[in-house]
Design a protein around this ligand. Structure first.
Ligand SMILES: Nc1nc2c(ncn2[C@@H]2O[C@H](COP(=O)(O)OP(=O)(O)O)[C@@H](O)[C@H]2O)c(=O)[nH]1
Ligand SMILES: [Mg+2]
Length: 436
């Protein structure tokens, strides 16, 4: 009886035990299932919106691992997948940062320091005085000489100002300001490119947009494919500018192939990829980008990259090929020779290519920008200048020198690191911003 009772109790105990274990395992499985569903949903969401809440560094890492897995080596790259328009630009090799700022710099804001170095200093030279003594005239010369305009341009400006003031009998600050303004505007107006409206219309033939995105100044709309070659020293902002231009072209609905011709710089292709992804991603629609990158792993010669890119662009009917180039070789002479060779091989495929050669200059480099303009223009006969980093630079006055001394039009200006921070150059607005 006792034995019967105890075996009955054991039986009940076993039944309850098994029931309890089943319950615990069941609950655990259910919780695990819920968690895994949530993480799948989150993964999908983050793939669709990598720019929000995910750093470009993580994007880069993800793309690198994609590449390591062999998904994107040696290719006319896959369509841009990562929409991140408005994000900050990573420096080559640096950890890219994510822009939180939506607000875009206005020109007067970007030129605050240049304005202080010109207008501000001239103003304080006059102070409360109505007129300048001879020695103070020398001070005015000094202000201009140290504002990175270049010696020839300073002389041209002063000749004009003093000659006019002599004629009108004026001596005050306002007259000096007005005549500097007039002469600078004249310098820009006489070097404006294209020279006239009909030439501009011709260059824009085939352009599907009348929006003033600044690209109207470039000779890249009449030819299909048109070749845009971008040159300049390391760090000037070539790759960044290419990203910005690509994005504007994509916004016009044009198909762009970017050739990673800076084969000497480690990570140049990777940096370009980040940019072209952004540019393509800024093209809304079905998510497929209009910007592709040609970055062959097995081609190390810049000219060969350029040549092959143009071949592909012709056969695949791209609208524009943009060629990124090296900014530094063992010697400056080597670099110029390499770039000249690039032009020659492009002309083998299309005698009219490159249709536009843009020189990218960093406004912060001041007088060096003038020297670079002379060197590059002398060797390559460039069509115009993109003056970058005007935001925060005190040396924006160099724009006047480049135009006056080298005869090159400033076609576009960079006023920040975001993809939208490339503007048409408006001489009047520029002069207003630094002298008012
Ligand atoms: N503030 C500012 N930075 C710029 C501008 N353009 C380029 N940069 C920065 O300049 C650095 C060099 O640019 P990059 O395009 O790599 O120069 P590259 O060597 O000529 O290709 C990067 O850190 C860019 O973010 C600009 O207009 N404004
Ligand atoms: Mg570069």
């Amino acid at each position: 009886m006792y034995a019967e009772e105890s075996s009955g109790g054991l039986g009940m105990f076993l039944v309850y035990g098994v029931f309890a274990i089943t319950l615990i395992v069941g609950v655990a499985l259910f919780v695990w299932f819920l968690k895994s569903q949530k993480s799948i949903a989150e993964k999908k969401k983050s793939e669709a919106l990598p720019a929000s809440g995910q750093s470009e560094g993580e994007n880069l890492a993800r793309r690198s691992s994609d590449r390591a897995a062999g998904r994107s080596s040696d290719r006319v790259a896959e369509r841009a997948k990562v929409p991140a328009a408005g994000a900050a630009v990573p420096a080559a090799g640096a950890t890219p940062k994510l822009a939180t700022e939506v607000h875009e710099q206005k020109l007067p804001e970007a030129l605050t320091k240049t304005r202080a170095s010109l207008f501000g200093r001239i103003q304080s030279l006059f102070g409360a005085r109505a007129t300048l003594s001879d020695s103070e005239r020398e001070d005015l010369e000094e202000v201009l000489y140290t504002a990175d305009l270049g010696p020839k341009t300073v002389q041209d400006l002063l000749d004009h100002v003093f000659a006019t003031l002599k004629e009108t009998g004026e001596t005050g600050f306002e007259a000096v300001r007005r005549e500097l303004h007039a002469k600078m505007t004249e310098i820009f107006e006489t070097t404006k490119s294209p020279q006239n409206a009909s030439a501009r219309a011709e260059l824009n033939e085939g352009s599907s947009s009348s929006a003033d995105d600044g690209l109207g100044e470039l000779r890249i709309f009449a030819a299909k494919p048109a070749v845009l070659m971008v040159v300049g020293v390391n760090g000037a902002g070539k790759t960044t500018t290419i990203g910005k231009v690509s994005s504007k072209l994509a916004a016009r609905g044009l198909k762009v192939l970017v050739a990673a011709g800076d084969t000497f710089r480690a990570a140049a292709g990777e940096q370009l990829k980040v940019w072209t992804d952004r540019a393509g991603g800024s093209q809304v629609g079905d998510g497929a980008g209009l910007v592709e990158i040609f970055d062959p792993a097995n081609v190390t010669e810049p000219s060969a990259v350029a040549y092959q890119a143009l071949e592909i662009a012709i056969s695949k009917k791209f609208d524009v090929v943009i060629i990124d180039t090296a900014g530094r070789l063992h010697t400056q002479k080597n670099l110029m020779e390499e770039l000249k060779k690039m032009k020659r091989v492009l002309a083998k495929l299309d005698p009219s290519a490159p249709h536009e050669t843009l020189l990218v200059l960093d406004a912060n480099s001041g007088q060096n920008a003038l020297i670079q303009a002379k060197e590059f223009h002398g060797a390559l006969n460039v069509d115009g200048v993109v003056l970058t980093k005007l935001d925060g630079s005190a040396k924006g006055g160099v724009a006047v020198g480049i135009t006056n001394e080298v005869g090159l039009p400033i076609k576009l200006i960079g006023v920040g690191e975001k993809i939208g921070d490339l503007r048409p150059f408006d001489p009047r607005a520029f002069v207003d911003s630094i002298l008012k």
